[in-house]
Design a protein around this ligand. Structure first.
Ligand code: AMP
Length: 187
């Protein structure tokens, strides 16, 4: 099982990634969590990423791609993975293709969490993370709209996109994902 979760911040990707990774016993690789841990530990990566994360901007591709290369090196990823928050632009999409080719892993499915923007802002304000101030939320949504939404068509053209209504309850979303994957023999 190799899945990419694609969707705006606050769309419920991380909640689904955590519950499905526990169910399927495969790691969920969340670039946001990895960056927040690196910042808390003040590692070299954390220091380089901090200003970008705090400003609600994307961290430079080079840093994210080396973080992903390292994460894919962990033995636990041999059985599969869920990517939560990567790729986020077309350059990262190409970098993911290259990494998969090098690892000799076939391409997975992409689950797209479709959800209206008003609901996202409301959810993120409730979540109360440090970068969940309204101005930073708007900034992150703007970056998502500019840089990440082109990936929807990119993966749709590859015929590997599964579209999910992200405004439904967490349980309904889990059910929608598992039944969309079942015909592919991936549950
Ligand atoms: P998230 O928890 O996925 O919302 O990510 C929190 C923050 O981490 C983002 O606002 C970015 O600053 C940074 N980040 C996470 N993933 C990426 C990525 N794939 N590329 C660049 N920056 C990222």
């Amino acid at each position: 099982m190799r899945l990419v979760f694609l969707g705006p911040p606050g769309s419920g990707k991380s909640t689904q990634a955590a519950s499905l990774s526990a169910r399927w016993q495969i790691p969920s690789l969340s670039t946001g969590d990895l960056l927040r841990d690196a910042i808390a530990a003040q590692s070299d990566l954390g220091k380089l990423a901090q200003t970008h994360v705090e400003a609600g901007e994307l961290v430079p591709d080079q840093l994210i791609v080396s973080l992903m290369r390292e994460s894919f090196g962990a033995p636990a990823t041999q059985k599969g993975w869920i990517l939560d928050g990567f790729p986020r632009n077309l350059a990262q999409t190409q970098a993911l293709d290259t990494l998969l080719q090098i690892m000799g892993q076939p391409y997975g499915q992409v689950v797209y969490f479709d959800i209206p923007e008003d609901l996202l802002v409301e959810r993120m304000l409730k979540r109360g993370r440090q970068d969940d101030r309204e101005d930073l939320i708007r900034q992150r949504l703007q970056i998502y709209n500019d840089q990440t939404t082109p990936l929807i068509n990119f993966y749709r053209r590859r015929h590997c996109l599964i579209e999910i209504d992200g405004s439904r309850s967490p349980q309904e979303i889990t059910d929608a994902i598992t039944s969309a994957l079942r015909p592919l023999g991936r549950d």
